[in-house]
Write a protein that binds this ligand. Structure first.
Ligand code: UDP
Length: 335
């Protein structure tokens, strides 16, 4: 049985990856520090013999007993709201956490795939974004902690590949959605659906002309699976090129949910990218991959998931006591 370590396993993407690799017959070691992840996302796997959970922060030395064939490094806060609240942790998991995962991969002779992001392109001046584009990132802006950690992650991963011959894979993930997103993580889709379900107006930031391209989670997971098993070490974009303005997206959510609320406009956050659409030629050619689930289908599944959550989830303002978590980390370091 192949053994795989998944970091960030209790998060939105990590938990779907656990499901997929369990389904493929792997032994899955799920690691998470549970600061933005949630055990609820993986508790259905706890009884399985080929699944184990390890509560650990990958920014610290990682010890995994036994052999490992693969590592998927998906631990990181991934929404602008989260990384504004825990900026240092975001930098650490993308840099120190990646370094630890790469070191572990070396020690185990494992192949590692790291989760990068369309944020490495920043506010892009090339549209759609190809893997060859170097990006337009503000290192000291609010998104810098995430963007630069991910750019460092790519550099570090390529260095291990080039200088140590480590088998590495880099995926650049564009906006992805689906069940198990956190309702209160500030991302546009759970924000809009949460607002609709609570009977609040939908908050569009700026004039709503900025664009995003949303990929359904099952499509993304298929892309990750194929990239991991491929022999391609350069970065690959995975995302759905179907681009939409945030204003039009709000209208789609209003239709889908049947809410009678309206759109209200709020200030555009600093450095919010004006446009984003993946060029997926590489994924098509190298992996034979393209998205299969269109937005109407994916949104319906996702809306059904949110609709069926316990009512109190809808009104939770915070996921975690981030400040308490940081205090505890500092105390541990000093002690
Ligand atoms: N957005 C919005 N209203 C919200 C939350 C987000 O208009 O309540 C906008 C946000 O400014 C951005 C887009 O939706 O232009 C996508 O935001 P998200 O945080 O989901 O992802 P990212 O900006 O990282 O692509």
């Amino acid at each position: 049985m192949k053994r795989i370590l998944i970091t960030g396993a209790a998060g939105f993407l990590g938990s779907h990856l656990c499901d997929r690799f369990i389904k493929e017959g792997y032994y899955v070691i799920a690691m998470d520090n549970l600061i933005t992840g949630d055990l609820k996302n993986i508790e259905h796997l706890f009884a399985l013999e080929n699944f184990e959970f390890c509560h650990h922060d990958v920014s610290k030395f990682i010890h995994v007993p036994g052999e490992l064939d693969y590592i998927l490094h998906f631990a990181s806060p991934a929404s602008p709201i989260d990384y504004l609240k825990i900026p240092i942790q975001t930098l650490k998991v993308g840099s120190l956490g990646t370094h630890n995962c790469l070191g572990l991969a070396m020690a185990k002779g494992a192949r590692i795939l790291v989760a990068s992001t369309s944020e490495v392109y920043g506010d892009p001046e090339v549209h759609p974004q190809t893997e060859e584009y170097w990006g337009h990132v503000n290192p000291v802006g609010p998104r810098g902690v995430y963007d630069e950690a991910k750019r460092f992650q790519e550099a570090m991963t390529m260095a291990y590949h080039t200088y140590h011959g480590l088998e590495t894979r880099i995926i650049r993930i564009f906006n992805t959605y689906g069940p198990r997103m956190r309702l209160n993580d500030g991302r546009v889709l759970p924000a809009f659906i949460g607002q609709a379900l609570r009977g609040e107006d939908l908050t569009v930031f700026g004039d709503g002309s900025q664009t995003r391209s949303f990929c359904y989670v099952d499509d993304l997971v298929e892309g990750i699976y194929r990239l991991l098993l491929s022999d391609y070490a350069q970065p690959v974009n995975i995302g759905n090129p179907d681009e939409i303005t945030i204003g039009d997206f709000a209208e789609e959510i209003i239709k889908l949910t049947g809410t009678t609320q309206k759109v209200i406009y709020k200030d555009l956050p600093k450095d919010d990218p004006t446009q984003r659409q993946p060029n997926i030629d590489k994924a098509r050619e190298i992996l034979g991959w393209e998205p299969k689930v269109n937005r109407a289908e994916g949104l319906k599944i996702t809306y059904d998931y949110f609709k069926n959550l316990p009512k109190e989830e809808l009104y939770k303002k915070e996921h975690k006591d981030f400040e308490g978590y940081i205090r505890k980390q500092k105390a541990e370091m000093n002690g």
